[in-house]
Design a binder for this molecule. Structure first.
Ligand code: AVJ
Length: 333
C-alpha cells in the first residue's frame, strides 16, 4: 500500500498460506450454506454467495447499466450532501462502512465531505472487494483498516472509540437484502457498535413502477442473468457440481405484497443434480426455482420506522427523484 492511504489489514494473513486458508474457509462456508439452503422449501441460496471475485466484478458492471439507477442516484446524493454528512463525523472521527464493495461510495463521500484525516474501517465479505476499496481510497487523506468478514463479525470486532464520533455507513441499498426481521436484527447489532450521538447513514432504494424494477433486475444486456448464474459456476468449480448453465434461466419478479424484487434461477427441465462438495443430490422439477436474492424496496417513511424502532432518531432524509433512492442520516439515541 502507498503512503497516502496506509492500510492495515485485520483479515487473515497476506501470505500465500493465509490466502489458501482463506479460500478454504470461503469454500467451506459456501458448502455449508449450499447444503442447508438448497434443501429448504423453496430451494434457495443466500445472496451473500453472489460475491466471489467474478460476482463482485459483474456487480460493479451492473452499476454502470442505464437501467440500474441505484448507484448513480446515491452518488448524486452523496456529492450534494457530503458536507452536512461530514459534520456528523467531525474532526478526528471515523467512518465504518458495511459492505464497502469497490470503495467508490465512500471515496465519493470523503472526496466531498471536507473532513480532515478521517479514519475508515471497511467491512466486506469479499476479499477482492476489500482490495479494490483500499485502492479506491488511496490518495485520499484517510487511514484505512479492512475487515474481511460478515457484517456482524466486523461490527463486533470494531475497536471501541471513546474519544471521537463514529459514522456508520450502510449504502447502496445493501439493507435491501435483509427481510424485515433480519434488517431489525442487523440495526440492533449496528446500534450496539455505536454510542449515543454517533451517526448512521443508510442508503435505501424506494418502491417504483414495476417495469423500472424489472428492467433493473432483468436487464436487456443480460449482466444480471450472468451475475445470478455465476452461483451455478461457483457450485461447479468450488463444490464439484455438474450444473449445465443452459438448463437454467434468470428470473426477476416483483413481489408487491412483500415489497421486494426476487431473483431466481429457474430449472428449464426436470434434472438430477449433484453437489458433491456439499454432500447433496436432488432432482429439480421443470419450472422449479432456486431463490437467490431479495431486494426489498421501501417507502421513505418505512426507513425511518425501521431505524427508529432500533434506537436511532432520524436527522435528515434526502431523496433522489430520478432514481427514487433515499439517503437517510440517523443519530444513535
Ligand atoms: C448490492 C444488494 C444492493 O439488490 O440491487 C443488483 C444487488 N442484485 N442486481 C441490489 C443486485 C441484482 C444489489 N445490492
Amino acid at each position: 500500500m502507498t503512503t497516502a492511504a496506509k492500510t492495515r489489514s485485520r483479515a487473515a494473513g497476506r501470505s500465500s498460506a493465509g490466502q489458501a486458508s482463506e479460500a478454504d474457509a470461503s469454500r467451506r462456508a459456501f458448502a455449508d450454506g449450499a447444503r442447508f439452503y438448497l434443501q429448504q422449501t423453496p430451494r434457495q441460496l443466500p445472496s451473500r454467495f453472489l460475491y466471489d471475485a467474478l460476482g463482485s466484478a459483474l456487480f460493479d458492471a451492473i452499476c454502470h447499466l442505464p437501467w440500474y439507477r441505484i448507484t448513480r442516484g446515491e452518488r448524486r446524493l452523496l456529492v450534494r450532501h457530503a458536507r452536512e454528512i461530514g459534520r456528523a463525523l467531525g474532526a478526528g472521527g471515523r467512518v465504518v462502512e458495511l459492505g464497502c464493495g469497490n470503495g467508490e461510495k465512500l471515496a465519493t463521500l470523503l472526496t466531498h465531505a471536507g473532513v480532515r484525516h478521517p479514519r475508515a474501517h471497511l467491512i466486506d465479505l469479499s476479499g477482492s472487494a476489500l482490495q479494490h476499496a483500499a485502492r479506491a481510497l488511496e490518495g485520499l487523506d484517510v487511514r484505512v483498516t479492512t475487515h474481511h468478514g460478515t457484517y456482524d463479525e466486523g461490527l463486533l470486532a470494531l475497536p471501541p472509540e471513546p474519544a471521537h464520533p463514529t459514522l456508520l455507513a450502510f449504502l447502496g441499498s445493501n439493507i435491501g437484502n435483509f427481510d424485515p426481521p433480519g434488517a431489525s436484527a442487523l440495526l440492533g447489532v449496528m446500534r450496539g457498535a455505536l454510542r449515543p450521538g454517533d451517526a448512521l447513514l443508510l442508503g435505501a432504494d424506494l418502491v417504483k413502477p414495476e417495469r423500472d424494477l424489472l428492467l433493473a433486475y432483468a436487464d436487456p444486456l443480460g449482466l444480471t442473468a450472468a451475475f445470478n448464474k455465476n452461483l451455478l459456476v461457483r457450485l461447479n468449480t468450488e463444490l464439484g457440481a455438474d450444473f449445465g448453465l443452459d438448463g437454467f434461466t434468470h428470473r426477476a419478479v416483483w413481489n408487491r405484497k412483500a415489497s421486494r424484487v426476487e431473483m431466481h434461477l429457474v430449472s428449464r427441465r426436470t434434472q438430477a443434480v449433484a453437489v458433491p462438495g456439499a454432500g447433496l443430490r436432488f432432482t429439480l422439477a421443470a419450472g422449479e426455482t432456486i431463490w437467490t436474492e431479495s431486494s426489498y424496496k421501501y417507502q421513505p417513511e418505512d426507513i425511518r420506522r425501521l431505524a427508529e424502532a432500533g434506537a436511532f432518531v432520524q436527522r435528515k432524509q434526502w431523496i433522489d427523484d430520478e432514481a427514487r433512492f433515499a439517503l437517510t442520516l440517523f443519530e444513535a439515541s
